[in-house]
Ligand binder design. Structure first.
Ligand code: DGN
Length: 258
């Protein structure tokens, strides 16, 4: 059985590529809700409804576990839907929080994400649950998403937005910055350049993928004899954008988007 993964759009491919790196023998079904992206400005009720619909779709693909790649959906919906499912379902927030706490020496962590992710304070409460002494500095950076989708990963305009959004965080003496949105790992080197060498960026996708592996291992569901893993892609709008974005960031060319 495959692992199911979904996102509000194409950004979750940054998480899928980590899953592939860490579990190269798993079949994976990706669903991108490209017709309804962005989730980052929508209400909790709406994000929860979309999430339930997508889970129902992934269940028809007989998935053995589900990864919510989208930070916004993880923040708003995971807590509700995990009670409703017989298979493991993981979001990116809690694994990300664990990684950020491990990375921080001075107990000052910055968190960036969409409006919704920041407003939910999900990262902040997960971090503080692990260590209440840690100070968390939040900043919504909604414009990063469209810039990444335009492929402007290294661009003076993107750098300008980075300055505008992150200047305050740079002055707040954080040593760790949580990249709390699927798209932000693609801006990692530009963000790191601006923040300076004293700040470590944390991408939740790696810890999340390791956690998925651990859970599958514990349940004896990990695939180890699969030399030709199958990757299926589904989107709710036209496939074109998905193909372009995927071919920009994935280690292989994709064609079969449905
Ligand atoms: N995938 C969303 C997230 O990680 O929060 C970003 C895209 C969006 O819906 N705005």
């Amino acid at each position: 059985a495959p692992i199911g993964i979904f996102d509000s759009g194409v950004g979750g491919l940054t998480v899928m590529r980590k899953l592939i790196q860490i579990m190269p023998e798993e079949n994976i079904v990706y669903f991108g809700d490209t017709a309804r992206v962005p989730y980052g400005n929508k209400s909790k009720e709406t994000v929860l409804r979309y999430t339930r619909q997508i889970i129902r779709f992934l269940e028809t693909k007989q998935v053995k576990a589900i990864v919510i790649a989208c930070n916004t959906a993880s923040a708003y919906a995971l807590h509700e839907v995990e009670k409703e499912l017989p298979i493991p379902i993981l979001g990116v927030i809690q694994p990300g929080a664990i990684a950020a706490v491990e990375s921080s020496r001075n107990q000052r962590i910055g968190v960036i994400g969409t409006y919704a992710t920041i407003a939910s304070r999900a990262y902040e409460s997960s971090i503080k649950k692990i260590n209440p002494q840690i100070e968390v500095f939040n900043k919504a950076c909604p414009l990063f998403v469209p810039f990444v989708e335009e492929g402007m990963l290294e661009d003076v305009l993107t750098d300008g937005i980075i300055v505008r959004y992150l200047e305050e965080l740079r002055n707040s003496n954080i040593d760790t910055l949580m990249l709390g949105c699927t798209h932000y790992p693609l801006l990692r080197s530009s963000i790191e350049k601006f923040m300076g060498s004293g700040v470590t960026c944390v991408d939740p996708s790696e810890v999340t993928s390791l956690e998925v592996k651990k859970i599958l291992q514990a349940k004896n569901l990990l695939n180890t004899q699969n030399q030709h893993p199958k990757y299926e892609f589904y989107v709710s709008d036209s496939a074109q954008k998905m193909v372009e974005f995927a071919n920009m960031i994935m280690p292989f060319q994709i064609e079969n988007v449905q």
